[in-house]
Design a binder for this molecule. Sequence first.
Ligand SMILES: *Cc1c(COP(=O)(O)O)cnc(C)c1O
Length: 392
Amino acid sequence: MPTLFEQEQSLFFQTYKRLSLDIVGGQGCYLTDRQGKRYLDFFGGLAVNALGYNHPRVVKAIKNQADQYIHLSNFFVQEPQVKLAEKLLSLSGFARIFFTNSGTEAIEGAIKLVRKWGAPRGKKNLFGLSNSFHGRTMGALSLTERAKYREGYEPFLPLTGHIRFNDVEDLRAKVNDNTLAVFVEPIQGEGGVNVLSREFCTELSALQAKHGFLLVADEIQSGMGRTGKLFGYEHLGLHPDVVVVAKAIGGGLPLGAFLGSQAMASAFTYGVHGTTFGGNPVACAAGLAVVEEIIDGGLMTRAGAIGERLCAGFEDLQKRYPALVTEVRGFGCMLGVQLSMEGQPVVDRLMERGILVNCTNTTVLRFLPPYIATDEECNRVVNELGEVLRSL
Ligand SMILES: *Cc1c(COP(=O)(O)O)cnc(C)c1O
């Protein structure tokens, strides 16, 4: 009998370097493999599992909705969609929403929305930032800058370009009255948990007002309370016209959305955009459970406190191992520890010790714990990381 790993290798296009784990279940912050070993998971389903595994409120919402209807099509008004829309708009202050199946599709939709807004105004140029990641479809990839995602996929959308991350001079040199929109991750995820600087944000806001372009915040990873606030841009004083969410919003089911300000509300009209599955009612019911639990459970505040505890621990490790740890970045449940070496050996040793974390951009340990992690669980992760660093 071939193992699951052998089967995977002969069945799939080999696009994923999978972990050597065979998981049979998850509960709270823990995963269990086939041998019965438990893992404390600060990998967090790559920022999807904000409430951990098997959260009773999410599971109940999914079961209840599955019993009612699983799919109707977007020809129908659907209560779970309407309730989630109302909740997200009232929390965020945005005026309109569109639901998608994924992050990249929400970015595509946001590109189309800004294009419709820009067409009568003669504005066409789109910008992303260097080191950015906005998704894998061709529009999102045109705004993504990281070479590892782009190479071999040329040509990209015309009139798209990139501004160097946190480079105010480059920003001033590139945007003008022809600029349609600038897409930013307020806190870059895949790029290594890089936070936009105050200076860059101040200039971006000033130029946004001066030239009348749109600011689109990609909060797919940093949104939904992960950083201790609903959206990462709230830490930075940005005023986006469009905000894009996905990942944590569906409680593990495929769901994304883009939200627009009142000024964007009339850019889309009947028939100009659509999706078969986007806003699936089961996914929206799960999403509503996630948002209600985050609000009722005070989990945004909790995410912030988790971040403070972990940061203090990591900064202490930086003091103890300054040759190995060079910087600690991020907010709340989205933290990066910059190493002076490759992160993979550290990730592997943590896994042996029953702790799962991710390494991104080769040298950055990325921590995306669920917002329900306890103080003890945070301390354990810091202590085990300390042990691994000591052993190197
Ligand atoms: C994950 C991610 C995306 C892409 O989302 P998918 O659901 O994988 O398409 C886009 N932007 C950011 C910031 C992300 O973290």
